[in-house]
Design a protein around this ligand. Structure first.
Ligand code: PLP
Length: 395
């Protein structure tokens, strides 16, 4: 008789986004003329930039010609794209990588989930709370014990380890989803030294690195020693509007070894066994992101979102509301005014000013009393939503 993976029964059901949809739909049904503005959007809204689209079209045409048609590609990604990413790391971030330390995938979510294959299930996993739910759920699926690092106002939602902290594998996400907070180099150095001191591994999610504009780290590999203890995940989803196009990359340094095994070789083996790579056409489109014109144009799009984030952050400052994020991130994490719970504030905004956000309690117990707004709506709608919120909170 088959024995199933019973750990699946332990995964918390997430009703967050369906509960939000239910409440919004009920409101719209009762108020059909209401102009509801969605500030909870976690998806990009601006289209792919022209240089990327041109590359996608050219590559599609190649696939229709006998001379240039391609079948299976390298599972870990085409060298043309890995070289472009290595050059980007060097020029933009100041980090030297070998192309074969970079693995191309269909996005960060898959890699973050699949990396669990490389580690035994009796590892203890540490992650922040509030948290991007994929870290938690994928480890629950493996039956691993999880310890949470509390994010709160006093640590700016950037929890740090101390000598009593438990764990063998640590997830860090900076700039963070959902809180928008970003670690400094000094803080990441503490994490790296802590991981090295106990032969632990840091799984570093840099999905929002392209939103960093202050002098903050964009890669964990900016930190000395990180190549001996960290794996980095990145994605073109928010960088270049690839949420529907799908492409990401993961860096597993050659220097990363545990128990006499190279994690780079293990990941290569895992990917070549279980994955057949990202399509040639998409990888050519992704290449366009890292070329001069593509980089320039994607930065213009990011500037639109960053400007939205600034509009939100400025409004909250004017209203005297405590928040993190909004400067180096498309997310703004605010403290619900007047001691409201996350869902009370959700209902208050929806009923009073028809603005929708995301209750912080949906990201973990330490998210209760907080609320996430995102910068992915249009500048016009963002401005209008903030005008309404300002009127409401200062009346
Ligand atoms: N990591 C974080 C923190 C995210 O917020 C997201 C997407 O929302 C991802 C990873 C997944 O990115 P991708 O679209 O590349 O799978």
């Amino acid at each position: 008789m088959v024995k199933i993976n019973k750990n699946y029964a332990n995964i918390k059901e997430s009703y967050l986004f369906s509960d939000i949809a239910k409440r919004v739909n009920a409101y719209v049904e009762a108020h059909p003329d209401a102009d509801v503005i969605r500030m909870g959007i976690g998806d990009v809204t601006q289209p792919l930039v022209a240089p990327v689209v041109e590359k996608l079209i050219a590559a599609s045409k190649e696939m229709g010609e006998k001379e240039t048609f391609r079948g299976y590609g390298p599972e870990q990604g085409y060298i043309f794209l890995k070289e472009k990413i290595a050059a980007y790391y060097k020029k933009e971030i100041g980090v030297e990588l070998e192309p074969n330390e970079i693995f191309i995938s269909d996005g960060a979510k898959s890699d973050i989930a699949n990396i669990t294959d490389l580690f035994a299930n009796d590892n203890v996993v540490g992650m922040p709370d509030p948290v991007y739910p994929v870290y938690e759920d994928t480890n629950v699926m493996c039956g691993r014990r999880i310890v949470f690092f509390e994010g709160n106002e006093s640590n700016g939602f950037l929890p740090m380890p101390d000598e009593n902290s438990e764990g063998d594998i640590f997830y860090l996400c900076s700039p963070n989803n959902p809180t928008g907070a970003a670690y400094s180099r000094e803080q990441l150095k503490v994490w790296v030294d802590f991981a090295l001191s106990r032969d632990a591994i840091i799984l570093y999610d840099a999905a929002y690195e392209s939103f960093v504009s202050e002098d903050l780290p964009r890669s964990i590999f900016e930190i000395e020693g990180a190549k001996k203890c960290a794996i980095e995940f990145c994605s073109l989803s928010k960088t270049a509007g690839f949420t529907g196009t799908r492409c990401g990359y993961t860096v597993v340094p050659f220097a990363l070894e545990r128990e006499g095994m190279s994690l780079n070789k293990m990941w290569l083996r895992r990917q070549t066994t279980k994955f057949n790579g990202v399509s040639y056409v998409i990888q050519r489109g992704a290449e366009g992101v890292f070329e001069d014109e593509g980089l320039k144009k994607t930065r213009e799009v990011i500037a639109i979102y960053k400007n939205n984030a600034k509009i939100i952050a400025d409004t909250l400052s004017e209203c005297g509301v405590w928040f993190t994020g909004g400067i180096n991130s498309p997310y703004i994490w605010l403290k619900c005014p007047s001691g409201m719970t996350s869902w009370e504030f959700f209902d208050y905004l929806l009923n009073e000013v028809q603005v929708v956000g995301t209750p912080g309690s949906g990201f973990g117990k330490f998210g209760e009393g907080y609320f996430r707004l995102t910068a992915f709506n249009t500048p016009e709608k963002t401005t209008e939503a903030m005008k309404r919120i300002k009127e409401l909170l200062t009346k």
